[in-house]
Design a protein around this ligand. Structure first.
Ligand code: PEP
Ligand code: MN
Length: 292
């Protein structure tokens, strides 16, 4: 525990009692398990994988990825029908599929009997997710949109809250506390990279904060997922960073995969292909064995 009272961003043991009582661990073995249709996230027996393209581009793309994952029930299909794209100028290429994308997810989910995690960005779409999404992703940019966090919590659906790239753990746990306080205990946290001076280069966008993974495991009972794809922005580095994430204690990994990464409509540089995915899953299993 960090017991330095003064630097504002540290978390003291007093804070854990008064500011994050619902997030804080009650004892060193306290660990929440989020059960999503029988899959136990946070249970050390399973390595959870969320995999899919950055964007829900089409029905055929989502069914290709779902088919690829069919054999492994611990793999959830990911992909955004709604995308927080950095600039408002959306060419046809970057056009979100929005409600139509949710329909694609609904059909694929039913046809392949797979589980889906996908981002929602506005409360007005929350009544459309029942049959299309198993875990609602709250993206980095919405991490501190408190009224939205409460609205998502009220759906009673499992939630994954991504850490904003400029947020301290104090900020992240504060946001998580809003969700727990609103009565939704099915919460998973996600580390997806933070900004640091040396990441302002063309070779890497963010710095995957594995210290945060380790620190969060000390502070909170909530499961933690690592997203190396968004952190490093480089498909060649995703493999090693995934292994390191698991070794650091992440409960699962979020990966961007696509049958043809070069032609992925969004974030193609960080996206791995099926061959790289298979190789990574094999090696993650080896690390999981060592980690028990
Ligand atoms: C995503 O997962 O596709 C995404 C947009 O992530 P983030 O909110 O971390 O940028
Ligand atoms: Mn993205």
């Amino acid at each position: 525990m960090i017991d330095n009272k003064f630097p504002g961003k540290d978390i003291t043991s007093e804070d854990l009692k008064t500011k994050f009582p619902l997030c804080a661990k009650k004892n060193s073995n306290h660990k929440s398990i989020v059960n999503v249709g029988g899959v136990r996230i946070g249970d050390k027996k399973n390595v959870i994988i969320f995999a899919g393209p950055n964007m829900v581009e089409s029905y055929s793309l989502m069914s290709s990825v779902a088919k690829k994952m069919l054999k492994n029930k611990l793999i959830f299909l990911r992909g955004g029908a709604f995308k927080p794209l950095t600039f408002p100028y959306r060419s046809k290429k970057y056009c979100e599929t929005r409600e139509e994308g949710l329909e694609f997810l609904k059909y694929v989910r039913k046809k392949y009997n797979c589980k889906v995690i996908s981002e929602i960005m506005e409360s007005k779409f929350l009544n459309k997710v029942d049959e299309s999404i198993d875990i609602i992703q709250i993206g980095a940019r919405n991490m501190q949109n408190y009224p939205f966090l409460v609205d998502v919590a009220k759906t009673k659906k499992p939630i994954m809250l991504k850490r904003h790239y400029g947020a301290s753990l104090r900020d992240l746990l504060g946001a998580a506390e809003y969700i727990l306080h609103a009565g939704n205990k099915k919460l998973i946290l996600c580390e997806r990279g933070i900004t640091a001076p040396h990441t302002h280069s063309s070779t890497s966008r963010y710095l995957l904060d594995l210290t945060a993974v380790v620190a969060l495991k000390e502070l909170t009972h909530l499961p933690i997922i690592s997203d190396p794809s968004h952190a490093c922005f480089n498909s060649k580095w995703v493999h090693d960073l995934s292994l390191a994430s698991l070794a650091a204690g992440s409960d699962g990994i979020m990966l961007e995969i696509h049958p043809d990464p070069k032609n992925a409509k969004v974030d193609n540089l960080q996206t791995i292909n099926y061959r790289q995915f298979d190789k990574l899953i094999k090696e993650l299993k080896k690390i999981a064995k060592v980690m028990k």
